[in-house]
Design a protein around this ligand. Structure first.
Ligand code: GUN
Ligand code: ZN
Length: 481
């Protein structure tokens, strides 16, 4: 049976959807916890009880394991793991990128994944590291694409195959890879080889890679960000259109005594309190947790809770149309995430095309808010306004004698016709006292109105304290006191 993906709601480029593989389904955005059968602090059964709908595990580990290989082949993966939800298997490509080679071929891993009853198979793609030069990225991409074609040819068009998108740090290669993976008919597209970027907080480069890949991948495909596991970056990645994450972070951080929060992590040794509503944190003191013989397991459980709760928060934010607010909040937790967020806002023109029409609210949260998709879309709408000959943009009044039309002004959007006063985004925006940044953004709206209505004369009335900004931002405009 083919993999299918349905989208119910959108916000920015994020989607609320449903992924189906065989008869198993997953609500997205979703987190697939990574399972290592040899060392598992939280069992798949426990995960299912926590509401986990899907897992990812490594087929290469199973195929090499004396303990698990035959069991998986005879009983199937779901039985061996004791998990009834969706199980995706990775091919061993990650081992390839870490150890340089694996003793398995593309078809061998695919046949093994099929034989153990995996719900989604991953071919043996080559994760090209971000600092690889172009000839290497091209060569490895060609091999990856050949293996994806081979997978489709041998397993058939309806096999539940993932089509990893590689291409290193070269946006044109990523975009081409995304398009070709789509052309081959893959409805499930992981973006690969981004772990080194995330490990060193290179979020700005991550934006370049993901936006380029997304530019090629069909909008109807489900997108997985391979190896993304820190909850602080989930909302940011969802905003770019990533639907699936897989996390070993909950277990890896636990092993190092680290306590995840939605905005970062802390060393458990340094905690005096456990500021989280999960079962572990409400039934242990920080002191208990530090000294418990079960510390790693308890930390893993807490970390998993935090990650799953963040995913639920993101799904609710998409439902409500407040994903930008959540992204803004999360991205302020680390300077490099903020740098990534600013890089993302430079793609707002692209993101605007997938953003939804109406949202619950627009909260102005500082400089970055002026670059949001809603502002771009609103200002593009100004081109289409039918205007009479003499128009007043009134920043400080509601009437203007001698004018045919008075347009009030709402930063960071700009001038607006009274009829739009109750509609999104004008009516649903909350802004604090005006600041220079939002007024500058609003003036962009006035400038656009003037440029696209050459037959009208547009005057601006403004309070004295903003006159200087208005004259600078709308040069040549008639500013009346
Ligand atoms: N896990 C993390 N990154 C990758 C990748 O690029 N490919 C595969 N197959 N697995 C991964
Ligand atoms: Zn907790």
């Amino acid at each position: 049976m083919p993999i299918t993906f349905e989208v119910f709601e959108k916000d920015i480029a994020g989607r609320l959807g449903r992924l189906k593989a065989g008869d198993r389904t997953l609500r997205t955005p979703a987190l697939l916890p990574v399972i290592n059968p040899h060392l598992q602090p939280v069992t798949p059964e426990e995960m299912q009880a926590l509401g986990v709908e899907g897992l990812i595990t490594n087929a290469y580990i199973f195929s090499r394991s004396r303990e698990f290989r035959e069991k998986a082949l005879s009983q199937g993966l779901h039985e061996v793991l004791g998990f009834d939800g969706l199980i995706m298997t990775d091919s061993g490509s990650f081992q390839l990128s870490v150890y340089g080679e694996v003793e398995i071929s593309n078809l061998e891993t695919l046949e093994f994944q099929q034989a153990i009853g995996s719900d989604i198979f991953v071919p043996l793609d080559i994760p090209t590291p971000p600092d690889a030069d172009r000839p290497r990225a091209e060569k490895e991409l060609a091999i990856t694409m050949a293996r994806l074609r081979e997978a489709k040819e041998v397993l058939g068009p309806d096999a539940p195959l993932a089509g990893p998108v590689q291409g290193g740090s070269y946006p044109d290669l990523r975009e081409k890879a995304g398009r070709e993976v789509g052309d081959l008919g893959f409805a499930f597209c992981p973006i690969g080889a981004v772990v080194p970027l995330m490990e060193s907080y290179r979020y700005q480069e991550l934006v370049g890679v993901v936006m380029a890949a997304k530019g090629g991948i069909p909008v109807s495909s489900c997108v997985h960000l391979f190896g993304a596991g820190h909850p602080a970056m989930f909302a940011f990645a969802v905003a770019m259109g990533c639907d699936i994450f897989d996390s070993a972070a909950y277990a890896l951080y636990a092993k190092e005594g680290r306590y995840l929060t939605p905005s970062g992590s802390a060393k458990v040794q340094e905690l005096h309190e456990l500021p989280c509503p999960c079962q572990v944190c409400r039934t242990h003191s920080a002191g208990d947790l530090k000294t418990s013989p079960e510390r790693d397991r308890l930390l893993a459980l807490h970390n998993l809770h935090v990650s799953l709760a963040e995913m639920a928060r993101i799904r609710q934010a998409i439902q409500d149309g407040v994903l930008w607010e959540l992204v803004d909040e999360r991205c302020r937790s680390h300077p490099l995430l903020l740098k990534g967020y600013r890089a993302l806002l430079r793609h707002a023109g692209t993101l605007e095309r997938s953003d939804r029409v109406s949202k619950r609210r627009f909260f102005y949260r500082g400089t970055e808010s002026s670059s949001r998709t809603e502002v771009i879309r609103y200002q593009a709408l100004l081109d289409r306004l039918a205007l009479p000959p003499r128009v007043l943009v009134a920043m400080d009044r509601t009437e203007g004698t001698g004018f045919d039309l008075v347009l009030p002004f709402r930063p960071p959007f700009g001038p607006y016709p009274q009829e739009l006063q109750e509609t999104f985004p004008i009516g649903q925006s909350e802004i604090p006292d005006w600041d220079e940044d939002m007024v500058t953004s609003g003036c962009r709206g006035i400038r656009r109105l003037i440029e696209t209505h050459p037959r009208c004369t547009v005057a601006i009335s403004c309070p004295p304290e903003w006159r200087c900004v208005v004259e600078r931002e709308v040069p040549g405009a008639e500013v009346i006191p």
